[in-house]
Write a protein that binds this ligand. Structure first.
Ligand SMILES: [Zn+2]
Length: 396
C-alpha cells in the first residue's frame, strides 16, 4: 500500500484539521510534509498533524543555501538559513555537522516523526555540491547519534532529470551512490527536476522510474514533489509520492530558485489548480470553470465520487483542496489494488489514454489556459511499453 504525502502551506492552516479529521474515513496512509518556514511561522500546522497522529515531515529545503532567496523570503527566518549564496568549499566537516545538527533540532522541536537530512540540488554538471551531499550522508549517523535522535532517517536526492538518463548511478556520481548505500537511510526521497517535461517525456519518465526501481534496492523510495508523475512512480515501485495542493505539483528547480530570488509579491495569489482525476493532474481553475459550462465535456471532468464531492461536482470547485486530496488518495488506492506490475502499467496506460482524449476535447474549446499533456504523453508511452511482459524497468 502506498502513501500520499501532502504538503499544505500557510494558507492551509484551517484546512488541515478538517482534512485530518476525516482520516479514518478513507484517508488512511496519509503523511504531512511542511516547508521549514511554514512549520516555523504557524505551529498549528504541526500541531494538527500531531493531534491527528499523522506522520509529519519538515523539509529543511537546504538547497536554498546554494542560491540564496531574497532577504524578505520566509525561508530566511529558519535558523540555518543564509542571506548569501554559499559555495561548496565552505562545507568542511564542522560546517556539515553543524548544518545536520541545526536542521535536525529544528525538525525535532516541531514534532517531526522522521528526520529529513540536508540536501542540495545537483544540476547536470554539478560536482562541488555532489561532494557536499555525499559528506552529509557520511556524517549524518554519527551526528544524529550525538544528538541522541533515534527517528527514522529520510535522505532526499535532488537532481536534474539529465543525471538519471544514461549511465546513472547519478550520472558520474559513483561516490554519491556509495555514500547513500553506506548511510542506509530508512527512506529515500527522490526529487527529480523537470522529469515531467521535454520533447520526449517518455524517455525522462523512463529514467525516473528506472531510478525509483534501482534505489528501492537501497531503501523504500518516495517520489518527492511529483504530483504530476506520482502514480507512474508508484507503478515503478515507489512507496508513495509527495505533492503540494494545487500549485507547483511538479518539480522545476530553475523556477523554484528564480521565484525565491525576488521578494514575495503582495496582493492576491493566483487561484490554485483543481485536481482532475481523469487528467491525472491539477488544472487551472479558470479552465475547469469554462468546461463546467459545456454539457458535453463536463460529465467527463467533474468528480463522480459522491463521498468526495456533492453530486454534480460543484464541491470540486468550491472545496478544491479537499477534493484533490481525496481524489488523489482514491487513485492510489485503485492502483495499489492491482497485484501485478505489468497490470499496473496497463492501468497507467489506460488512465493516461483517457486523459489524453479528454485533454484534446478540452483544448479544442476557446480557453486561455490549455491542459498540458506532456506528462500524460510520457505516462501513456511508458505504460504501453511496460504493460507487456513482467512490467519491470531495466535499471542501471
Ligand atoms: Zn471530489
Amino acid at each position: 500500500m502506498s502513501d500520499l504525502l501532502i504538503r499544505p502551506g500557510l494558507a492551509d492552516a484551517s484546512l488541515l484539521p478538517r482534512l485530518l479529521a476525516e482520516r479514518g474515513d478513507g484517508l488512511a496512509r496519509l503523511r504531512v510534509v511542511l516547508d521549514a518556514h511554514a512549520a516555523l511561522r504557524n505551529s498549528s500546522l504541526s500541531i494538527s498533524a500531531r493531534n491527528a497522529g499523522v506522520p509529519l515531515l519538515i523539509d529543511p529545503q537546504t538547497y536554498f543555501l546554494q542560491d540564496a532567496p531574497a532577504s524578505s523570503d520566509p525561508w530566511q527566518d529558519v535558523p540555518f538559513a543564509s542571506t548569501r549564496a554559499m559555495v561548496p568549499g565552505y562545507y568542511d566537516h564542522a560546517a556539515i555537522d553543524r548544518l545536520i545538527a541545526d536542521s535536525t533540532r529544528f525538525q525535532v522541536e516541531r514534532d517531526a516523526t522522521a528526520v529529513v537530512l540536508p540536501y542540495f540540488f545537483l544540476g547536470r554538471m554539478e560536482t562541488g555540491w555532489m561532494d557536499v551531499q555525499a559528506s552529509v550522508w557520511r556524517r549524518a549517523r554519527p551526528v544524529l547519534a550525538d544528538l541522541d535522535v533515534g527517528l527514522p532517517i529520510i535522505a532526499p536526492v535532488a537532481l536534474d532529470w539529465s543525471r538519471l538518463s544514461g549511465s546513472s548511478p547519478f550520472a558520474r556520481g559513483e561516490q554519491l551512490d556509495r555514500a547513500l548505500r553506506a548511510l542506509s537511510p530508512d527512506e529515500v526521497a527522490l526529487a527529480a527536476s523537470k522529469s515531467h517535461l521535454g520533447k520526449k517525456p517518455e524517455d525522462r519518465l523512463r529514467a525516473l522510474c528506472a531510478e525509483v526501481a534501482r534505489l528501492s534496492a537501497i531503501a523504500p523510495v518516495v517520489a518527492w514533489s511529483q504530483g504530476v508523475l506520482g502514480e507512474a512512480c508508484v507503478a515503478a515501485g515507489a512507496v508513495g509520492y509527495e505533492t503540494r495542493l494545487g500549485y507547483r505539483e511538479a518539480l522545476d528547480m530553475t523556477s523554484v530558485f528564480a521565484a525565491h530570488r525576488v521578494p514575495p509579491k503582495p496582493g492576491p495569489r493566483t487561484p490554485r489548480m483543481v485536481y482532475v482525476r481523469p487528467l491525472m493532474r491539477g488544472v487551472a481553475k479558470r479552465t475547469i470553470e469554462a468546461v463546467s459550462a459545456n454539457p458535453r465535456i463536463w460529465p467527463s471532468v467533474f468528480c463522480l465520487d459522491h463521498t468526495c464531492c456533492a453530486p454534480g461536482g460543484s464541491a470540486m470547485l468550491g472545496d478544491a483542496r479537499m477534493h484533490s486530496v481525496h481524489a488523489r488518495r482514491r487513485a492510489l488506492d485503485e492502483l495499489d489494488a492491482i497485484a501485478s506490475p505489468a497490470w499496473r502499467w496497463g492501468a497507467i496506460a489506460d488512465r493516461s489514454q483517457v486523459g489524453l482524449d479528454l485533454a484534446a476535447r478540452i483544448n479544442r474549446l476557446d480557453i486561455r489556459q490549455r491542459v498540458d499533456v506532456t506528462a500524460l504523453r510520457g505516462m501513456n508511452a511508458l505504460g504501453e511499453s511496460l504493460r507487456q511482459g513482467e512490467g519491470q524497468i531495466r535499471t542501471a
